[in-house]
Each structure stands twice: as C-alpha cells, then as structure tokens.
Ligand binder design. Structure first.
Ligand code: AGP
Length: 608
C-alpha cells in the first residue's frame, strides 16, 4: 500500500515531502516521487526504487516550491518502473496527482478518456484519475476533483496540485487512510501520522467521502456535495523517538527487543489485582451485553489472524463461549449467518487492512456488535468499531509484525479475563491470572535473553531451503507465526502445522536437510509433542525444540533446545514466539535480506 504526503506553507516543500516519505517507506518501496508548484508551473521528479534514490535525484536536479505532494509506491497495477511511479500528470502537464488505493473501473474510464483524446503514459490505474480531473467541469480544483471522483469505483487516498491553483492541495479519501497535519502556518497531508510528526502532533483524520482543501491559510473539509464538514483535531500520543532506530540496526530487532516494555504498556492500568479482573474502558460493552454474548467471531489477516487463533484458546477457556477465527478476506464474501448475541472482533495492528475493515463492516451489516483490537490510534477500524482495545505497543515500523503479536495476545488475555469475570470465572481464578500477567513483562525480558543462542542457531540454518514449524494447542498458531516470520523476511519456504497433523502429509518432507522447529513447552500436551518429535527424529529431521526453562529431558531427541521461562499454557505463546522472531531475524540478516523492507511486502494492506 502506498504512502502519500503533501505540504503547503512557507517552508521548502521538497525537504518536508522527502522527510515524510522516508517515514512512510514501510508502506511501499517500489518507486517514489514528488511534484511541487514553483510559481511557473508544476514540476515532478520520480524514479523506481527507494527514497534514498529520490534524495540523490533531487540533489542532482533540484526543484523548489512551498506547495507540493509526494508518493512512495507499492505496485498493484503496472510494474514498479519510473514510468509508472507517482506523481502522475495530465496531458498538459499542469495537474499532478498521487494516489494510494485501487481504481477498480480504471479500464473502462481509460478507454473512454483515450477515445476523448487523452494520452496515457503509464500502465497504472491511477493515471485515469488525473485525466478525469483534467476534463472535469468546475471553477476550482476542488470542484473538478469532486466531479471526477463521482465517476470512480474503488479505493483512494488522493492528493492533487494544479498550476491554475497555486498554493492549494486538494485531498480526497475513500477506503485508504488520509490525515491532515495542522501546523503553525503550514499544513501537511499524509497516509499516517509518522510523516507529519516532525512538524506537528495535531492531526485531522479524514472520513470516507471527505474532500479537503488545504492552503497555507488553513483547511476546509467538504462532503461530496461540497458542503462544509466539521472534523475533530486529535493529538498524536507518541513522538519521533518512537519511530527512530534508537541504535538498533533494524526496526524489527528494536521491536522484538522492546517487547517487555510493550507488553507492560498493553497491561498498564488494566489489571485490577484485588478484584481479579481487568479494566477495559474502551470496550463499550454493558454487563448485560457481556452476559448476552452467545458467539465470538474473530476476523483478521496475517500475523493478526495468528493472534486470533491464540485468542480462541484464551476466550473459550476463560469465557466459555464458542469462538471462530476467520480469514477476513474470505469471511467478507461468505454468506453472513449472524446469530443473535454475536460479537465480532477485528484484530489489526494498523487498523487499516482493507479485508479486515470490510469484514468488520459486513459483520456489522449482519447485526453483530463489532469490536476492534488495534494498535494505531485513530485508524479506520478503531474509529468504525463499536468499542475495542488499543494495544499501546507504540508504532510498529518493521514490516514483519512482532511486538504487535505479543501485545495482541496480551490484549486477548485481558479481554478473556474481563468477559470471564462477567460470566462465571471466579475471583480466585481471576486473581491468579492477574498475578501471572503482572509477572509477564519480566518473563518476556528473560525470554529475550536467548538471543545469543538463537543467533548461533541462525548461522547453522541460514542456508536452509525449507523449514517446518510444529506446535499443539495455543502453540499451533505460534508455529504458524514462526513460519510466517521466516518466510516474509528470509524468503525461505516454511510451513507451520499442528504437530499431530504432520503424520497426515508433511512428514513426507522430512529428511536430514529439514529443520523442524518444535514448540514443546511443559504443558498438558507436552508428551504428545514429544511423540511427534520422535516421529521427526525417526526420519532424520533436525529438531530445534522451544521448551520451558528447567525441562532437561529433550537432549536425546532435539538437536538444539531453546528454553523460555515456564508459564501457564494460555500465556506461553507470548514467550515461545520470541525465539522464533529472533531466529527469522538473524537468518534474514545472515542472508543479506532487507529485514525492515522485505520484497513484495508492505506494512498495511489497504487494498484488496
Ligand atoms: C505480518 O508480519 C505481516 N506484516 C502481515 O501478515 C500483517 O500481519 C497483516 O497484513 C495484517 O496487518 P494488520 O495487523 O495491520 O491488519
């Protein structure tokens, strides 16, 4: 998903735009570009590749102005080339536009526009927008943009500048996040807050259907009929340090290593020790509503879906309600069989994942109460849900999600505790879980101490071509998560499987070249996992066992053992995932992969 920025003020627009794009690069890094008004017209500079390359290009061929827009791309339509890079310009070269999203009826529009004589220079869906605006009626740029968007199907966060409208940026949103940064005599536009933090902490989140007109004097928000709209100004709670590397070589390692603090932050102010329950003010559920819940449906994608699978164990165990966990992208197109008393929980780090957002909307349309379990404050899922839980894990910049996963599991434990205490979990059981959660940050700290051992393991397996991850119960999703981490940053093919399921097929893959990571903490299914490890051993597989501290009886079976602090089964996934995050990280570094910007990926998937 792309990142868009805009700036208008008295400063040098280009330096502000490039600084903002650098902060948004985790959203997409296939190509980049800027366009500025320089009093004589609109000038653009763009290239295939990273923001660093754009900086060099601008150093060689500088452009200047006080008003401009910029873009960093995750290619959806048209290869990641300079030609397809944004900004896109109209036939006359007087309009420039950047876009995040997908124009679904681009082919139809393009055909008509070409018949009307427009000349297209790219393979992108986006270019249709700039030609549409070029030919749309209207005395002002905002009138022309509104007229053009009335023909568009799909999603967009779009920003436009025009030679005829100096000192003005017109912005529009449907489906893709856009916010305005409210500065002192200067205004910014961005896909997320990290791009404006260097200038202001005051932001205005645009809603779907909003069109904003931004000048150095201020901004106006209009609806589709050009009527003025009121939008609140919010304050961002974190600062630039939170999105700085802080001396780490990669954001991913920083985010793995700060998990004791981020878990502490997710728990902060939410544990009621004496009452043995949790305080979740943002949930917006009355005691009656809690009592009336008959079914919980979790919708999510990727790592968040894995956290949802752990959440099923937690909620079924603590609350005693059936829980189903759905791939949001599949769920949204299935027939909605909504039973009364259904609560749907959308889990999303970014709060902007299109499939999860649409699954939430589908569940609501079918009569479900919808909750959000989200990290990014003010994101669309957070604003559209009836209530929810913020993770407070701080910005997650590394594309491979790590600290969000552990905080998602902790938030689900808090939700299980809260609902459980409303539905029969007694105070003693509640107090026991509270005391276990109070100790959790310190256990995470101790689990992180395995890093040197895991780094040595990574050297042993960095050349692996495949890997298998096995787990049972709440650790099966951890196996899936470990495999996903390795896949997405080291490009090694890896699969996670329920340990018992291995016999029904994947065991055929096992030989002396196959590293098999087995999650074997001391829990009620431990002996079952040990039997599965014996099956792997019998086929010559290389076993890396993730087990509990003090568990000495795997030395004969496992080639390598990594021990994390012992903990109750429902809490264990927060600890057992850490060696897997580190293993993927160190293997990727040893293979020379771009850990924070893995190929073909982006941090939040705002298109279908
Ligand atoms: C995980 O490392 C990936 N970045 C990806 O699978 C991610 O979890 C997924 O896109 C969901 O994102 P969300 O939590 O922001 O909705």
């Amino acid at each position: 998903m792309c990142g868009i920025v805009g700036y208008v003020g008295s400063g040098d627009a280009v330096s502000v735009l490039v600084e903002g794009l650098a902060r948004l690069e985790y959203r997409g890094y296939d190509s980049a570009g800027v366009a500025v008004q320089n009093g004589g017209g609109v000038e653009t500079r763009k290239l295939a590749g990273r923001i660093a390359g754009l900086r060099e290009l601008l150093a060689r061929r500088p452009i200047h102005g006080h008003c401009g827009i910029g873009h960093t791309r995750w290619a959806t339509h048209g290869a990641p080339t300079e030609r397809n890079a944004h900004p896109h310009i109209d036939c006359a070269g007087t309009l420039a536009l950047v876009h995040n999203g997908i124009i679904e009826n681009a082919d139809v529009l393009r055909k008509r526009l070409e018949q009307d004589g427009h000349r297209f220079g790219t393979e992108t869906d986006t270019e249709t927008l700039v030609h549409l605006i070029e030919e749309s009626p209207g005395a002002t740029l905002e009138e022309r943009v509104i007229a053009a968007l009335n023909h568009v199907e799909g999603t967009y966060g779009v920003a436009v500048v025009a030679e005829a409208d100096p000192g003005k940026i017109v912005v529009a949103r449907r489906g893709s996040p856009v916010l305005l940064g409210v500065g002192d005599g200067e205004y910014l536009v961005a896909s997320d807050a990290s791009a404006v933090l260097g200038h202001t902490r005051s932001v205005v989140y645009l809603n779907d259907g909003d069109v904003a007109v931004v000048t150095a004097e201020g901004y106006r928000v209009l609806d589709r009929d050009a009527r003025e709209q009121e939008r609140a100004v919010d304050d961002i709670e974190w600062d630039l340090d939170a999105i700085a590397l802080g001396g780490y070589p990669h954001f991913m390692l920083k985010e793995i290593c700060e998990q004791a603090e981020t878990v502490r932050s997710t728990l902060r102010g939410r544990l009621l020790v004496a009452e043995g329950t949790a305080r979740l003010n943002g949930l917006n559920l009355t005691a009656e509503q809690c009592a009336a819940i008959r079914r919980i449906v979790i919708v999510a994608c990727g790592t968040s879906w894995h956290a949802g699978l752990v959440g099923r164990h937690v909620l079924e165990e603590l609350v005693g309600i059936p829980v189903s966990v759905e791939y949001a992208s599949e769920y949204r197109y299935r027939r909605q069989l909504q039973l009364p008393g259904t609560v749907t929980i959308a889990i999303s780090q970014s709060g902007e994942t299109a499939d999860t957002l649409e699954a939430l909307r589908a569940a609501r349309a079918a009569g479900s109460t919808v909750l959000g379990l989200v990290n990014v404050v003010g994101s669309t899922i957070a604003r559209e849900a009836d209530g929810g839980i913020y993770l407070h894990a701080g910005p997650e910049i590394g594309v491979a999600s790590t600290k969000a996963f552990t905080s998602q599991v902790v938030a689900l434990l808090l939700l299980g505790l809260y609902l459980g205490r409303q539905r029969g979990l007694d105070a003693e059981q509640g107090r026991r879980l509270v005391s276990q959660l109070v100790r959790l940050p310190e256990l995470v700290e101790r689990a992180l101490a395995v890093e040197p051992q895991v780094r040595a393991l990574a050297e042993r397996y960095a050349d692996a071509r495949n890997a298998l991850y096995l787990g049972r119960g709440a650790n099966f999703p951890v196996a899936l998560e470990g495999a996903l981490k390795l896949k997405e940053i080291s490009y090694i093919h890896a699969e996670g499987y329920p340990a018992a399921e291995m016999k029904h097929g994947p065991i055929a893959l096992i030989d002396e070249n196959m590293p098999v990571v087995c999650l074997a903490p001391k829990d009620p299914v431990y002996t079952k996992v040990v039997s599965n490890m014996q099956e792997v051993k019998a086929r010559g597989g290389r076993i890396i066992a993730i087990t509990s501290e003090g568990n000495g009886d795997l030395s004969k079976l496992a080639d390598h053992q990594v021990a994390v602090p012992a903990s109750p089964p429902l809490i264990a996934p927060v600890l057992t995932v850490i060696p897997l995050q580190l293993l993927a990280y160190h293997i990727a570094v040893l293979r020379g992969c771009d850990v924070d910007r893995p190929r073909n990926l982006a941090k939040s998937v705002t298109v279908e």
